[in-house]
Design a protein around this ligand. Structure first.
Ligand code: RP5
Length: 169
């Protein structure tokens, strides 16, 4: 099975915030691989991965890093694949440092940056799936089902809250 999405993290300490990403890719039956590659600590390996990714059939790169988060930008500099950046909350700045480091890319080298931490991890997977669904009807159909379920879940919560607290007075 060809890997379609690579989820690259700067450290294994980022793993806890990435569960939603793995879960979502698994739910949508997207073959993915997870790697620890650091823009600062293993720069050669990170660059090599980015350069070889397209040739391996990978379609989207997801990069998660905290602090001075240069991983997504580094991968984007060395590949024409779309790169989605997940800023990780791993310092006393609660991810704001990683958010700014990831999102503020210079014109020419984009990184699609999602929200900090767990919220962003799930959305990074969904955004990758949305990109791939443009040329994959089965994935598009799964997205439609996902959205319908999401809507039904919120409607059920609305009903539950309304039936418990009702209209007052
Ligand atoms: C970043 O530094 C990693 O993405 C991680 O969020 C942070 C700390 O890494 P460790 O010191 O826990 O390996 O590069």
């Amino acid at each position: 099975v060809t890997t379609r999405v690579a989820v690259i993290m700067g450290s294994d300490s980022d793993l806890a915030q990435l569960e939603g990403c793995f879960q979502t890719l698994t739910e949508f039956e997207v073959p993915f691989e997870a790697r620890v590659l650091s823009a600062h600590r293993t720069p050669q390996q990170a660059i090599e991965f980015a350069r070889e990714a397209k040739g391996r059939g990978i379609q989207v790169l997801i990069a998660a890093a905290g602090g001075a988060a240069h991983l997504a930008g580094t991968l984007a500099a060395h590949s024409l694949l779309p790169v989605i950046g997940i800023p990780i909350d791993s310092t006393s700045f609660n991810g704001l440092d990683a958010l700014l480091s990831t999102v503020q890319m210079p014109p020419g080298i984009p990184v699609a940056t999602v929200a900090v931490g767990k919220l962003g991890a799930t959305n990074a997977a969904l955004l990758a799936i949305q990109m791939m669904s443009l040329a994959d009807e089965a994935l598009y159909a799964r997205l439609e089902t996902y959205r319908a379920k999401l809507q039904a879940a919120v409607e059920a919560k609305d009903q539950a809250v309304f039936s418990k607290y009702g209209r007052r007075p």
